[in-house]
Design a binder for this molecule. Structure first.
Ligand SMILES: Cc1ncc(COP(=O)(O)O)c(C=O)c1O
Length: 410
């Protein structure tokens, strides 16, 4: 619950007239809507970076960030754009038309879907894409159902916008899949549903038939689906289909951060349904004007680099296998196999019921940074931790060796 804050109003004329304020404590208002929890993964990363800067030997399994650089052709395109004067101003709010057309071609090439480039908006990271999705389709007080565990910024940014996250508890035993029929049975149908596949923090991937069923369920019940596809391209079995293949009512969110290895470029995109295009454009104009223009010019080349990017996937798979094989069984606990993204969500209930303290101790004593589950799950997060295997294979080996040595000692 946000705490109530007393606010002392000062009459400015009174001040001008020399009102004596000695002894008064001035308390300025801070919005209650911004009283959201911190994103712990980012805090752990900050702490680990500080330890590293002070000479520590750190292994970063805390943050979902590919260690590979952006594709070479993307960097060359960025350099070329520096000499091009048109790339130094704003783009139109929906984003560079050439990039949006290239994204539409990506839907044709990857998914055999025809997407209208004019319904694609380029956003500063998918993070702002979610804000556009939330603000364009929902009002304060609306409810959006989300699987828990789930990506913390979903819950937290919704709360900041006055939208209520309706948590759908998911468990490892059910392969972390939320039960939508329970919502119908309870007569508790939300205004929206947000799902991710491959998912963060669990790495589970929805089968195409499951995705199709979810899209039909949403259309049938008038529930606006927001589908987070930012880990597309990062699954170890067949390539996941886009929800765009099954419905034209959903908002599809994607990003250059993960498969394309461009986290710091802050570029994402949203494929909008017809009825939200103009609203989203107005929001983009007013919220951020445009995504970084120079980066948009560079990003066009990303879609010519599938081979270079696909070459990272066997490494992620090898990293995951190294962790599964090498970590103590008690550390992995009761888990569902990670089939994509680059996360493993471990049940450490046999070791702790305070994942923040556990992750802090592991960091301090071994230099291995992981993320406490409370970031993702307010109910069972204290008995879970997330490990990102997006880094190098050498890092995974180091992590396994250090964690085993730590267990041997404690
Ligand atoms: C599931 C999920 N969605 C969205 C994001 C936001 O990514 P970005 O803003 O870099 O596109 C992340 C980042 O880790 C994520 O894990």
């Amino acid at each position: 619950m946000p705490s109530a804050r007393p606010v002392l109003l000062i009459h400015l004329f009174g001040l001008d007239n020399g009102m004596d304020l000695m002894g008064w404590t001035m308390v300025f208002k801070i919005s209650q809507s911004s009283e959201i929890p911190a994103f712990l993964a980012m805090q752990v990363m900050d702490q680990a970076n500080q330890m590293q800067a002070a000479g520590g030997d750190l292994v970063h399994l805390e943050v979902g960030q590919p260690s590979s650089p952006p594709p070479a052709a993307v960097c060359s395109a960025l350099e070329a754009s520096l000499g091009h004067i048109a790339s130094h101003g704003y783009s139109v709010a929906m984003g560079n038309p050439a990039l949006r057309q290239r994204i539409a071609e990506h839907y044709r090439d990857w998914y055999q879907i025809s997407a209208d480039w004019q319904k694609i908006a380029i956003t500063p990271g998918s993070s702002l894409g979610f804000v556009i999705a939330f603000l364009s389709a929902f009002d304060k007080g609306d409810r959006i159902a989300i699987a828990s565990p789930g990506y913390p910024a979903y819950f937290n940014s919704m709360r900041a916008l006055g939208i209520t996250p309706q948590l759908l508890p998911a468990r490892a035993k059910q392969n972390w899949k939320p039960n939508l029929e329970a919502l119908v049975a309870d007569g508790d149908i939300p205004d929206g549903l947000l799902l991710a596949s491959p998912a963060n923090p669990t790495g589970v991937v929805m089968r195409d038939a499951e995705l199709e069923a979810v899209c039909r369920w949403c259309d049938q019940h008038g529930v606006r689906l927001i589908m987070d596809e930012i880990y597309h391209g990062l699954s170890f079995n067949e390539r996941a289909q886009s929800a765009l293949a099954y419905t034209d009512k959903a908002i599809i969110v994607n990003s250059f951060s993960k498969y394309f290895c461009m986290t710091g470029w802050r570029l994402g995109w949203v494929v909008l349904p017809d009825d939200l295009v103009q609203t989203a454009e107005r929001l983009a104009q007013n919220l951020y004007i445009s995504a970084p223009t120079i980066n948009q010019m560079g990003a066009i080349a990303a879609f010519d680099c599938y081979d270079e990017l696909d070459a990272h996937i066997p490494r992620y798979q090898e990293n995951r296998d190294l962790l599964y094989r090498g970590l103590p069984k008690i550390f992995l606990g009761d888990h569902a196999p990670s089939e994509g993204a680059f996360y493993l969500y471990a049940d450490v209930s046999a070791l702790t019921n305070n994942s923040v303290e556990f992750a802090g101790r592991l960091l301090a004593e071994t230099g291995v940074a992981i993320t406490p589950g409370v970031d993702f799950d307010s109910c069972h997060g204290n008995t879970h931790v997330r490990l990102s295997y997006a880094g190098s294979t050498e890092e995974m080996k180091k992590a396994v060796q250090r964690i085993n040595a730590w267990f041997a000692k404690t």
